[in-house]
Design a protein around this ligand. Structure first.
Ligand SMILES: NC(=O)c1ccc[n+]([C@@H]2O[C@H](COP(=O)([O-])OP(=O)(O)OC[C@H]3O[C@@H](n4cnc5c(N)ncnc54)[C@H](O)[C@@H]3O)[C@@H](O)[C@H]2O)c1
Length: 369
């Protein structure tokens, strides 16, 4: 049975005050400002006391603690944001569910899809709400391209090409080593970063029916690939090629390129958030560019049609993390269904696991959905 919507302010305990924990704290602050205080962080847990203290200090009255259980068992907390390294997600999620807390959990949900499914079952049994941090579903460019590719005038989908790359994330903007520790990470670039893309491919282009993947590790610890090439077949006949790369160029920003070919439409984009979109249409003589501001205008129109409850976030429409957190807060307050729910994260992780299975077998793997 589902719990009742939260009538007033959502009181949040944040677990893990590292890179993404700090991002969520900033986003929750913007939400509080845009909504007259719909949400507030009341406690921060981190095994590094200074990290918990410095984040808690940004929220008047918030406590800094060193154990996530202090947050999970606090009756004054409604929801937890789980922002620890991947290996810690499972225990915290299950304990939070049993304590009746709503859960926002970062991706990948767990060390493997079986654990992620166990977490989902615990959340459902407890009747709490839960969302996964698949932030690309709030990306302006991908939201616009999704609608363009679904327009009947585009014709049938033929091929999708996508590349996801970033500096091996154990330095620079990612100043912690756990992504190269097999005990703490679910794998390498495919599960720790491109799980976003696998979810995006499902969300934009439908369920894949067959996956073939090859991986390579130039610098990672055993089991931590830094390159993966994946081929997807979809039920409707279209296909996708995906490259996932952890390189060694510290100053190259984390980046994605997406190209979509339909019978009457070509679309390409070199940003995963905001940026121009290159388009060529059926009878058009040459490529056109939809400039960034027009992309944003289209995105806002789609967003407000599909998620009108996000209207108060109008100054932050370009920031996916702000929108995903605002969507979860709105869901907890009963304004909408949770989207993307925890189950979407489980499905995305299953796809990655099928890709790893294919790489191990050096053979394509069929999916029966
Ligand atoms: N959605 C996204 O775009 C995105 C981006 C970055 C990271 N992530 C995900 O977020 C999670 C955290 O990544 P990060 O980059 O913030 O890592 P990080 O190393 O920067 O931060 C993790 C924090 O968790 C703390 N911690 C470790 N064990 C803990 C425990 N048992 N209890 C409380 N705190 C503990 C660490 O001390 C550290 O401060 C990972 O699952 C990662 O894949 C998602």
């Amino acid at each position: 049975m589902r719990s009742e919507p939260i009538a007033g302010q959502v009181r949040i305990g944040l677990i893990g005050a590292g890179l993404i924990g700090q991002v969520h704290s900033m986003m929750l602050r913007k939400i509080a400002d845009c909504t007259d205080g719909a949400a507030r962080i009341t406690a921060v847990a981190d095994t590094v006391p200074a990290a918990a203290e410095s984040l808690a200090a940004r929220w008047p009255g918030a406590r800094a603690v060193s154990s996530d259980l202090e947050i999970i068992n606090d009756p004054e907390i409604d929801a937890v944001w789980i922002c620890t390294p991947t290996a810690m997600h499972r225990a915290a999620t299950i304990a939070a569910a049993r304590a009746g807390k709503h859960v926002f959990c970062e991706k990948p949900l767990a060390m493997n899809a079986g654990d992620a499914h166990t977490m989902q079952r615990a959340l459902e049994a407890a009747g709490v709400q839960s969302q996964v941090g698949l932030v690309l579903r709030f990306s302006p460019v991908y939201t616009v391209i999704r609608v363009m590719a679904r327009d009947p005038k585009a014709g049938r989908l033929i091929a999708i090409t996508m590349r996801d790359d970033q500096d091996f994330p154990i330095r620079g903007a990612h100043p912690s080593a756990w992504r190269n520790d097999p005990a703490l990470t679910a794998g390498g670039t495919l599960v720790e970063h491109s799980v976003h893309d696998f979810d995006l491919l499902r969300w934009m282009f439908g369920e894949p029916t067959r996956i073939y993947c090859r991986t390579r590790s130039l610098r990672g610890a055993p089991g931590i690939e830094d390159y993966a090439a994946t081929h997807f077949e979809f039920a409707q006949g279209h296909q996708a090629q995906h490259s996932s790369i952890w390189h060694r160029m510290l100053h190259r920003p984390s980046n994605r390129r997406l190209e979509v070919f339909c019978e009457n439409l070509f679309v390409a984009c070199d940003s995963d958030s905001i940026g121009p979109i290159i388009v060529q249409r059926g009878e058009g003589e040459r490529e056109e560019i939809i400039p960034e501001q027009d992309v944003m205008a289209r995105f806002v129109e789609i967003l407000l049609r599909e998620r009108p409850y996000l209207a108060p976030m109008k100054d932050w429409f370009a920031v996916g993390y702000a929108l995903e957190d605002a969507a979860f807060i709105a869901g907890l307050r009963g304004a909408c269904a949770i989207d993307p729910g925890f189950g979407e994260g489980v499905k995305a992780q299953r796809l990655v696991e099928v890709a790893y299975d294919s790489a191990r077998r050096r053979a394509p793997v069929d999916l029966y959905t």
